[in-house]
Ligand binder design. Structure first.
Ligand SMILES: [Zn+2]
Length: 269
């Protein structure tokens, strides 16, 4: 599943091909995505893309009549193509640009979306989102305030997009390990000092992944192959039974809210 770093890399990969360009035509081959592609999407035709940004895992491309909002869902990808390239199965929507290139949205599982919205600030899918993890708004003071008295475990808390966006399962496991916090600890009981470590670990693990994604930017112009998941050295994730890289104890796996959690019971308290 594309996580925040992959979405950020997608933004950086496609923006130079899109921002400042006019959209000549919107080609909808299958409108049955997570939410149907609206007929209003054709209002983008003749419009120039003014800006490309990201909020959580939503890509936002601003035009005069509205904002093109794209979510990659479970399996979505964007690719800049030449129009004569054969359509691939699961290429659902394409923007024909005045550069001659096409931006194609590919999504085998169709959990993604391509929508035209009015105002990102008030859109229901975006309005409730917590701060961006890499922004200055996300700090230990904020976390402490939000988590006060919360009995939910800290891992589940940081994966909630109302608290902070973009902390997926891998990043939650890795950041909690780096911060030395047990994933089972009630969120309200994590000390301020530990929250400081946690915030810095979350920023570090996401930034490292985005940096790694930078090397895959050329893939957005490649016709075959998906931009892969970023291979980073994982400290605990998917390492059940293997020795902790710090203390050598076996990494444990438990299930929390139907997701696997990997951690070191010795290093994380
Ligand atoms: Zn350990």
């Amino acid at each position: 599943m594309p996580e925040l770093p992959e979405v950020e890399t997608t933004l950086r990969g496609v923006s130079p091909h899109l921002v400042g360009r006019a959209i000549r035509e919107v080609i909808v081959r299958h409108k049955g995505l997570r939410w149907p592609v609206p007929d209003t999407i054709h209002e983008l035709e003749g419009q120039r893309v003014l800006d490309g940004t990201r909020r959580g895992k939503y890509l936002l491309f601003k035009t005069k009549p509205g904002t093109l909002m794209i979510h990659l869902g479970m399996s979505g990808a964007l690719r800049v193509s030449d129009p004569e390239m054969p359509w691939r199965k699961h290429d659902h929507v394409a923007l024909q640009l005045d550069s001659g290139k096409q931006l194609r949205f590919h999504d085998p599982r169709r959990f993604g979306c391509v929508l035209l919205i009015d105002d990102p600030a008030t859109h229901p899918l975006l309005a409730e989102l917590g701060p961006e993890p890499l922004s200055d708004n996300f700090d230990a003071a904020y976390l402490q305030h939000e988590l006060k008295g919360k009995t939910v475990n800290i891992k589940q808390a940081i994966m909630d997009s109302h608290l902070v966006v973009g902390v997926g399962n891998i990043y939650a496991c890795e950041a909690l390990f780096m911060a030395g916090i047990s994933p089972k600890k009630p969120a309200g009981k994590v000390t301020r000092a530990a929250l400081e470590k946690l915030v810095s670990a979350i920023k570090k693990v996401l930034a490292a992944s985005i940096e790694m994604g930078g090397t895959t930017l050329r893939d957005f112009l490649r016709e075959n192959g998906e931009p892969g998941y970023f291979k980073q050295t994982l400290r605990v994730y998917d390492r059940e039974g293997e020795p902790c890289r710090v203390c050598g104890a076996a990494v444990k796996r438990i299930v929390q809210s139907n997701r696997s959690t990997f951690f070191c019971a010795k290093c994380q308290r």
